[in-house]
Design a protein around this ligand. Structure first.
Ligand code: ADP
Length: 459
């Protein structure tokens, strides 16, 4: 009896500290707007928590583009090669081919040159094997969009990769050199393709959003990592000193994961996760929202419950002390389990932590912890979306389409629902009609293909 009282105490405190009433969400959204403005105005990088990099200056697709385009989406230890035929004028994409290539570990830890050579060889194979290639004629240079998507710190920590992938500003010399190297590798391996930009996945998704709708203004990545890109009026980017693009628009890669605000609901579990991470003090928003961390936060809460109130029996299950053992897809399964007596939770606890015979009461608590952590994450992501739309001054009188991409949003139903309702609650019935949230077009990595279709590409 005393045991459950203690456990419920921990749970109640967690729920209180993770609470995100609408007033709090607005505080977070307003802080985001201020940070965005401060960063756009500032000449220095790192003067605010957001970097707000000018990531892309060419026009995004208009939706009229037709033809076959290619894409590469680089991930931690693999990449996707894609090709698709764009039909133009509201026609859906067709003939989408996607292949996942595992990058050998010596290449993962090797130089950018080795990686690009490997990619070029695989692209060459893909193109030769692909029937679409025949009717586009071999002579014409093909366009390849290149996006990457994985958390930078995670990659640096686990892969030991020689290249530190980060968002590059279009005028970044390191980014430019990488782009040249990649194009040279393609040439060297006889691939008649050109890459015009290296951008993070959110920018590719934004290109996909634009292809289908002129009102697309932002794209958010909610997967392993958290990021966002949006379209900004060029004249408001005071930190940009070079000539402005003809379109008058710039794509800003926000590095949203680095957003920090005193209004973010942070608990002791988040604080210890941060302190023990490879990048303490940074990635604050990401550590509350991203798929990479959600399961880990839940694990920390469960460990405390096990240590202090023995919810899993007298001994603390040893595996419960292993960082990052609980991944968010497993958390989602426990959270969304509707079986009698939470048998599904029992199964997962056993499978992941070797916890046998958990009591129905303990399982119920596990599901509740998952709920609290997922709800906070989803609602904060919703506040981020509303903040971006507010920054653009589009809440009251303009339609905005926001594209969301990533496994967390795609596969975690309850998370998705929480996100939608937070946006709806923040904006109210009438204004929420102005914001349309769309799931990414074409599936994982397809943003790269739409990027390839961008008109007037800059070189
Ligand atoms: P990435 O972010 O690496 O590009 P994805 O967009 O595919 O990759 O997202 C993968 C992440 O999405 C996983 O790390 C996990 O956090 C989350 N995820 C995937 N499937 C699920 C699921 N069924 N339930 C909850 N989270 C999921």
């Amino acid at each position: 009896e005393r045991q459950w009282k203690g456990t419920h105490g921990i749970l109640r405190k967690l729920a209180r500290e993770c609470a995100t009433p609408v007033s709090k969400l607005w505080e977070v959204a307003n802080d985001l707007v201020s940070e965005m403005e401060a960063s756009l105005a500032s000449q220095e990088t790192f003067s605010t928590t957001l970097n707000m990099l000018v990531s892309y200056m060419a026009s995004l697709p208009s939706g009229d583009e037709e033809g076959v385009y290619y894409g590469v989406n680089l991930r931690g230890t693999n990449f996707l090669i894609l090709c698709a035929r764009l039909g133009g004028k509201q026609k859906p994409i067709s003939d989408l081919y996607r292949e996942e290539i595992i990058i050998p570990s010596d290449v993962v830890t090797g130089t950018s040159q080795e990686l690009f050579d490997f990619i070029a060889v695989e692209v060459e194979k893909f193109v030769s094997a692909n029937p679409e290639n025949r009717d586009t004629g071999g002579a014409e240079e093909k366009k390849l969009g290149f996006t990457w998507s994985y958390p930078v710190d995670q990659a640096a920590a686990t892969s030991g990769s020689a290249i530190k992938w980060k968002s590059f500003s279009v005028d970044d010399t390191v980014g430019k050199a990488l782009l040249n190297d990649l194009n040279r590798a393609l040439q060297k391996h006889g691939v008649n393709m050109h890459v015009f930009a290296l951008v993070d996945n959110a920018v590719g998704e934004l290109a996909g959003g634009r292809y289908y709708n002129r009102d697309s203004v932002a794209a958010i990545t909610l997967g392993m990592s958290t990021d966002a890109a949006y379209i900004e009026a060029a004249e408001t980017v005071h930190k940009w000193c070079s000539p402005l693009p003809e379109s008058g628009e710039m794509v800003i890669s926000m590095e949203l994961g680095n957003f920090k605000s005193p209004h973010l609901p942070v608990t002791e579990f988040d604080a210890s996760l941060d302190a023990e991470s490879s990048n303490p003090g940074s990635g604050v928003f990401e550590k509350l929202v991203a798929g990479m961390y959600l399961g880990e936060i839940v694990r920390r809460v469960l460990l405390k419950m096990a240590q202090e109130t023995g919810i899993f029996g007298e001994n603390v299950p040893s595996k419960l002390a292993t960082p990052f053992l609980l991944r968010s897809p497993d958390m989602a399964v426990m959270h969304q389990d509707t079986s009698e007596d939470h048998d599904g939770v029992d199964e997962k606890l056993n499978e992941i932590f070797g916890i046998t015979n958990s009591s129905p009461m303990a399982r119920e608590l596990v599901a509740e912890v998952c709920d609290i952590v997922a709800e906070r994450s989803a609602r904060l992501a919703g506040a981020g979306i509303v903040g971006i739309i507010k920054k653009l001054g589009r809440i009251e009188n303009k339609k905005s389409v926001v594209t969301i991409e990533g496994g967390l949003y795609e596969h975690y139903r309850v998370f998705r629902n929480y996100l939608h309702s937070s946006v709806w609650e923040m904006l109210g019935n009438d204004l929420s009609d102005n914001v349309r949230i769309e799931h990414s077009h074409g599936g994982p990595g397809a943003g790269a293909v739409f990027l390839a279709a961008s008109a007037n590409l800059n070189s």
